[in-house]
Design a binder for this molecule. Structure first.
Ligand code: 3HC
Ligand code: NAI
Length: 703
């Protein structure tokens, strides 16, 4: 039962919600309205306390109802809150735990609010590309003022109840049982009011000096900070309405903006990603009840770029790490790099000295495998070389205790071949971190042929502990992210051959919303990484057509920022990319060699060729079962490669464009006399979707 009403003397205590988060779906809203009506009309009831079940108030509107008739069906949230606010009997919200979105808006519609000191309140709608749509933009400023309300709504972050101490938002903040305190307050208010109507937030005056100047400043800052997100500006406008119009006009304006945003592409993309994040943790053939292994101590092999970043993740989570290297010098360098990272954070005020010290004290450095004996998980991050990795895994197999998990951070190598050198392949898994490993949110968890379900479940859980978004990938060259990236980069190079410049390509895709274009990204990561992969490709897949222009750049020693030049030139100490006359000349002479006369590119062609290269490879990855679901691919690109969230990831974007249109455009590219028609052959899944009108994100889950 989503709603329960019990009588406590003359106070009716109404408790609502169903696990896990008491979201406000239609059934809950209907039952809640009925229970409140009953209490309001019951002569034995003088006041009402409204609280959530399951230890929390509510996470807000039921997001799964958005865009469906259920969302608008009566009573919708606005109707429900109007009913609460119109009550002649005082209603006290008893706020425990999470109180978000529409849940918070219900509390704002109550006459009084009592919160537990552990409660967290917020209006996270902006993260879904929305504004609070049930009066939040109108009532919150009336309680806390325009600027604090704007900050809370724009950030979307929940705030501890204790932060509102002394604010009229919360009448009481209590340590003990919240409902009992709310009942006590309700009784006191019945006496105090003695039949008068209870106070209503909608009637509170909102007077703000210098409002226009503040709102003008807010609008300008928001336009600069969120050029592609419509919700933040709508939030300012809605709050401006609260401050300048009567309550009903403000609510009507808020409702209009909410509906506009809800049906716009950005909110669609962000809601898709919200569910994508939750879905990624679910592995179809690994039940939630799978027993987990304990991970109390971690080993990391290799104290280079990745090993040190990986180590920091665990130290930050309070998990001790043993870091192992081949030689003393490399080990000392790695330990020093970790120390420098913490010192930098202390200097920037992001960490206290004490915390930094505490984290560093969890690190042990060693040259000896027996020191890993107590580790529950060891992650290898040595050179990307199969022989070196296999040697390391043989030694790990001999040194680690039974039940320890053996992980590799390989970005391209066959995990099954690595696992095969051990006597315990079911304990072997891939943990592919992204650089810088202590910053990037993505973790590709590579499931080998033999990887145990408990090992997979343990690593997925551990990913949450170290605050990563984990996506499961099957074994293939490059896994999900780098396998798709290879096709994207090939396409970028073909466009150079045909007449585009690196800066033109970077600008076009950055204009689409990518954090960085392919050439700036290559310069940052090091052009030798791609060079190494291409050399392997020339040997193992000679049929794959490749522009050789990138090799020429590397042959000049232009390996990117680390060598001071790459696709661009870099001034010492300056990461700003400057177009390079040397590279321009190199590209021109390469075009001449190929007999290609350079032509002009539109931004749209550049963007479509790059993005559809990702989409087509993504479709293959999905069809082969390497990715479990399309939304997993979207998360990989969002968190690993800087794909714009507001576009929903490559597969979500393709769904928005429509598979039919994607395939049609690819056919145009295939007709390009200098294109590679094989490249643009639609993957079977994409072709099927184009024919059926289907979408990647409804293609179901694979196991
Ligand atoms: N509606 C529907 N389902 C929701 C939901 C919501 N508002 N909030 C969470 N869920 C679901 C999740 O999808 C997940 O489902 P699953 O188990 O099937 O995957 C389940 O509840 C548990 O969620 P989490 O895994 O995220 O659990 P956590 O404990 O890590 O986090 C939380 C809980 C902090 C409440 C987090 O889920 C969250 O931030 N939820 C979204 C809150 C939100 O955005 N609210 C605003 C909604 S919009 C609104 O109210 C509009 C109004 O202004 C008109
Ligand atoms: P790196 O060259 O910076 O570090 C490798 C370290 O391993 C060196 O310090 C080296 O001394 C040490 N090492 C080599 N052989 C060893 C052995 N047998 N025993 C102990 N230590 C040994 O390399 P990087 O960039 O950290 O890469 C490591 C791994 O991470 C590779 O598999 C790479 O493909 C993968 N990776 C790299 C990414 C990147 O952007 N650099 C991103 C994701 C994965």
């Amino acid at each position: 039962m989503p709603v329960v009403k019990v009588q406590d003397g003359r106070v009716a205590v109404v408790t609502f919600g169903e696990p896990p988060v008491n979201s406000l779906g239609l059934t809950t809203r209907r039952d809640l309205a009925a229970a409140l009506d009953a209490a309001i009309t019951d002569p034995a009831t003088a006041a009402i306390v409204l609280g959530g079940a399951n230890g929390l108030f509510s996470a807000g509107a039921d997001i799964t109802e958005f865009g469906t008739p259920k969302m608008l069906a009566a009573p919708n949230l606005i109707d429900l809150i109007a009913l609460i606010e119109a009550s002649p009997k005082p209603i006290v919200a008893a706020i425990e735990g999470t109180c978000l979105g529409g849940g918070f808006e219900i509390a704002l519609g109550c006459n009084y609010r009592v919160a537990g000191s552990g409660a967290r309140l917020g209006l996270p709608e902006v993260k879904l590309g929305l504004l609070p749509g049930a009066g939040g933009t109108q009532r919150l400023p009336r309680l806390v003022g325009v600027e604090p309300a704007l900050n809370l709504i724009l950030s979307g972050e929940p705030v501890p109840a204790t932060a509102f101490k002394g604010s009229p938002l919360l009448d009481r903040i209590v340590e003990g049982p919240v409902v009992a305190a709310a009942v006590e307050l309700a009784n006191a208010k019945v006496e105090e009011l003695s039949g008068r109507a209870p106070p209503r937030v909608r009637n509170r005056p909102l007077r703000e000096p210098a409002l226009d100047a503040f709102l003008g400043f807010a609008r300008n800052s928001i336009k600069a900070a969120f050029p592609n997100y419509p919700a933040p500006l709508a939030i300012v406008d809605a709050i401006a309405s609260a401050a300048t119009q009567d309550f009903d006009a403000g609510i009507a304006a808020e409702r209009r903006w909410f509906s506009e945003l809800l049906h716009g592409p950005v909110s669609g993309a962000l809601r898709h990603l919200f569910f994508a994040e939750r879905a990624a943790a679910k592995i179809p053939d690994v039940p939630e009840s799978t027993p987990l292994r304990e991970v109390k101590r971690v080993g990391v092999i290799g104290a280079g770029t990745m090993g040190t970043g990986i180590t920091i993740n665990f130290l930050n989570a309070g998990i001790p790490v043993v870091l192992l290297e081949l030689g003393r010098e490399a080990l000392d360098k790695g330990v020093a790099r970790i120390a420098e990272t913490y010192e930098g954070q202390v200097r920037k005020g992001r960490l206290t000295k004490e915390d930094a010290l505490a984290r560093r004290s969890l690190l042990d450095a060693t040259l000896n495998y027996p020191d890993l004996a107590e580790c529950d998980l060891v992650i290898e991050a040595v050179f990307e070389d199969m022989d070196v990795k296999r040697q390391v895994f043989e030694r790990l197999d001999a040194s680690l205790k039974p039940g320890a998990i053996l992980a590799s951070n390989t970005s391209t190598l066959d995990l099954d071949r690595i696992a095969a050198v051990t006597k315990r392949p079911s304990d072997v898994i891939g943990m592919h971190f992204f650089s810088p490993a202590n910053v990037m949110k993505l973790l590709e968890v590579v499931r080998g042929r033999a990887t145990g379900k408990d090992v997979l479940a343990t690593v997925m859980k551990l990913a949450r502990t170290i605050r990563k978004t984990a996506v499961v990938s099957g074994v293939c060259d490059g896994f999900i992210g780098n396998r798709m990236l290879e096709q994207y980069l090939r396409q970028a190079l073909f466009m150079l051959d045909e007449g585009a410049s690196p800066a033109e390509i970077d600008r076009a895709i950055e204009g689409f919303g990518f954090a960085m274009g392919p050439f700036r990204m290559s310069d940052l990561a090091g052009n030798d990484i791609g060079w190494h992969i291409r050399k392997r490709r020339y040997a193992d897949t000679p049929t794959m057509v490749y522009s050789r222009i990138a090799d020429r750049v590397c042959e000049l020693g232009r390996l990117g920022q680390k060598t001071g030049s790459g696709w661009y030139d870099y001034r010492p100490g300056d990461r700003n990319a400057q177009p390079s006359a040397v590279v321009d000349e190199l590209i021109s002479s390469y075009r001449a060699e190929l007999g290609l006369v350079p032509r002009k590119f539109t931004k749209a062609e550049i963007v479509d060729r790059l993005v559809y290269a990702l989409v087509n490879e993504g479709a293959k990855i999905l069809d082969e079962g390497i990715a479990t679901r399309a939304s997993d691919i979207d998360l990989v690109y969002l968190y690993g490669y800087g794909f714009p969230a507001w576009r929903g990831g490559p597969m979500g974007y393709a769904d928005a464009v429509g598979a039919f249109s994607v395939v049609h455009r690819m056919a145009e590219f295939a007709r390009n006399p200098h294109g590679d028609p094989a490249f643009w052959t639609p993957a079977p899944l994409l072709a099927r979707l184009a024919a059926s009108g289907g979408a990647f994100n409804s293609t179901g889950v694979r196991s």
